[in-house]
Design a protein around this ligand. Structure first.
Ligand code: SF4
Ligand code: SF4
Length: 190
């Protein structure tokens, strides 16, 4: 195991139970009815259903939660939030779990954390995602040659259909810079 892998493996043990406290408050009134699971379009790919995830959160089972890919697969569609009979902020709770995984640099979520980070950096530079630049930075950050090769046929197909531009703007205009700075300031206050 190289140094980076060892550091990341150690990081998987860094999610103490108290980081769950704010999320436990969000889902405290859950009655385990399963409506969130039945509403979720991504449930088929999750290892724990949303209903089970909230139970694990309330029981403080950090290890099971942060080994699961359930919250990483949440696409923020808000179906569960709209349908929960207790009116719980479930999408925000999923996002809060993603934020913990990203802040603690947990190895299990490295790929999705790098995806989000590089996506947002591209939006910050150009005001919208520049697909070619985003994928180049994302694949470079992954340091894994197999993943870009897997996506190559899809990339070629999209380029042929004109869905992805190969041009990368040299000058980043940063039209959304003030919004990003305000969000950073708000995050520093929490
Ligand atoms: S829909 Fe709401 S009350 Fe029902 S299981 Fe999901 S979180 Fe709990
Ligand atoms: S917000 Fe996330 S967890 Fe809720 S239904 Fe949508 S994808 Fe599923």
């Amino acid at each position: 195991m190289d140094q980076l892998a060892a550091k990341e493996a150690n990081n998987d043990a860094l999610a103490p139970a108290n980081v769950l406290a704010p999320i436990q408050e969000m889902v405290r009134a859950c009655i385990q009815c399963g409506t969130c699971t039945a509403s979720c379009p991504n449930e088929f790919a999750m290892d724990h259903t949303p209903r089970k995830l909230w139970r694990l959160v309330l029981m403080g089972l950090t290890e099971q939660i942060f080994q699961s890919k359930t919250f990483a697969l949440c696409s923020n569609c808000y179906c569960c939030t709209l349908r929960c009979p207790r009116g719980l902020p479930l999408t925000e709770a999923m996002s809060a779990l993603k934020q913990i995984a990203a802040r603690q640099n947990l190895a299990t979520y490295r790929q999705s954390t790098l995806f989000y980070k590089n996506f947002l950096q591209s939006v910050r530079r150009h005001g919208r995602v520049n697909e070619m630049e985003f994928m180049a930075f994302y694949f470079a950050a992954l340091r894994n040659l197999v993943i870009p090769l897997r996506f190559a046929p899809l990339g070629m197909k999209l380029m042929r259909k004109g869905k992805v531009s190969v041009a990368v703007p040299l000058n980043a205009r940063r039209p959304l810079e003030s919004i990003f700075r305000n969000v950073e300031a708000l995050e520093d206050m929490t």
